[in-house]
Ligand binder design. Structure first.
Ligand SMILES: NC(=O)c1ccc[n+]([C@@H]2O[C@H](COP(=O)([O-])OP(=O)(O)OC[C@H]3O[C@@H](n4cnc5c(N)ncnc54)[C@H](OP(=O)(O)O)[C@@H]3O)[C@@H](O)[C@H]2O)c1
Length: 334
């Protein structure tokens, strides 16, 4: 590859959407031996990108300004490092990327998806699902890995169990509804009235509109309560768990961080009920399993809006103020 520079979105200071600057002369990143270079066609947009832009993650992530935001990529491999064995140039791949050359101690993946070229480790990659476009594929990695790692890997959820998903119409919520459905769980989806018809299309057993009903005030019990929004903590949900039920959240708060670092202690408070926190990690293995579920037709990508890379500030404004129905995507290249 002879090109040396690329188009990318860069943050040189923390702040509002206006700090997202589209540049055309950013150096194309160099790969290390366990990494691949990807010509990136689309970047999935996540709330993480907003926290990063605002500087909320500055104290915990090992990233320094200037930063290229974004974690979800879908594109074509254009170069491979010398120790890469499972992937080759020309393949269409997607990933929750991590431009660190080794897994970071903080657990945070290093960003760089809002760019025409990205580097990521081989272990973060999966081949793209058979019939998805790059834009569709970019909606999958981070949110499906979050839902898969919570429901399947952490909880070993089994067919017939009852799950309630609080925040079911957003990125993680739609992923959780579809994964739960695939496993054969009985799904109660909590969303707003405006998401009603859209949520019905995902076929949950029950829809609860949060404006009209507070699920924690009902006597209904669940094997799993997956709080994607983070506005109903374990204590509030405890009476709605079965005797061995589990509350799990992916929203970092002081409380969920405490649970993450000391899960056995937190479980003591609930007797046999469990309180868990789920932190998503990039994983090509897990993403390949998700890919195979997509290829079998059990998961469909759900796109809310697609923005061109030049509209990145508008895209962030939309994420901060707009209605969530699935995923927003930044199109990097046609
Ligand atoms: N720790 C991790 O590893 C990890 C991984 C992924 C995501 N996250 C975090 O998880 C959160 C959700 O991510 P996301 O990608 O799903 O965000 P999203 O696409 O913006 O979705 C947020 C959802 O919350 C819903 N919501 C808002 N108020 C609600 C309420 N009172 N009751 C029930 N639902 C409500 C919204 O529905 P309406 O628009 O209809 O109100 C929307 O569907 C974010 O904070 C994100 O940073 C953490």
């Amino acid at each position: 590859m002879n090109k040396r520079t690329m188009k990318a979105v860069m943050i040189t200071q923390y702040g509002g959407p206006e700090v997202l600057t589209v540049k055309r002369d950013i150096n194309i990143p160099k790969i290390e031996k366990n990494q691949v270079l990807i010509e990136n066609y689309a970047a999935g947009l996540n709330p993480h990108d907003i926290y990063l832009r605002k500087g909320i993650l500055a104290s915990v992530i090992d990233d320094h300004l200037p930063i290229i935001p974004g974690l979800d990529i879908a594109g074509k491999i254009v170069a491979t490092g010398e120790s890469v064995t499972k992937f080759s140039v020309g393949q269409n791949v997607y990933a929750m990327m991590d431009s660190n050359n080794e897994f970071a101690k903080t657990g945070f993946a290093k960003t760089g998806a809002y760019a025409a070229y990205c580097t990521t480790r081989e272990d973060t990659l999966s081949l793209m699902p058979n019939n998805l476009s790059y834009v569709e594929a970019a909606t999958i990695p981070l949110v499906y890995l979050t839902a898969y790692q919570a429901i399947v890997k952490k909880l070993n959820a089994e067919k017939g169990q009852k799950i309630l998903i609080n925040g079911a119409s957003g990125g993680v919520g739609c992923a959780a509804v579809q994964i739960a459905h695939y496993i054969g769980l009985e799904v109660s989806a909590v969303c707003s009235m405006h998401a009603n018809n859209f949520m019905r299309s995902l076929n949950p057993t029950k829809i609860i509109h949060y404006e009209h009903a507070d699920f924690t005030k009902s006597s209904e019990k669940y094997d799993i309560i997956f709080d994607v929004v983070g506005n109903k903590n374990y204590e509030v949900c405890r009476n709605n768990l079965t005797a061995t039920g589990t509350y799990i959240s992916n929203v970092p708060t002081n409380e969920t961080f405490a649970v993450y670092h000391n899960p056995s202690d937190s479980e003591k408070y609930g007797f046999h009920k469990k309180n868990k926190y789920n932190w998503v990690t990039p994983s090509g293995n897990d993403l390949s399993k998700i890919t195979s579920i997509i290829n079998q037709g059990h998961i469909v990508p759900i796109i809310n809006k697609v923005f061109n890379i030049d509209e990145v500030a508008k895209a962030h404004k939309h994420m901060e103020t707009g209605i969530s129905k699935g995923k927003n995507v930044l199109k990097i290249k046609d």
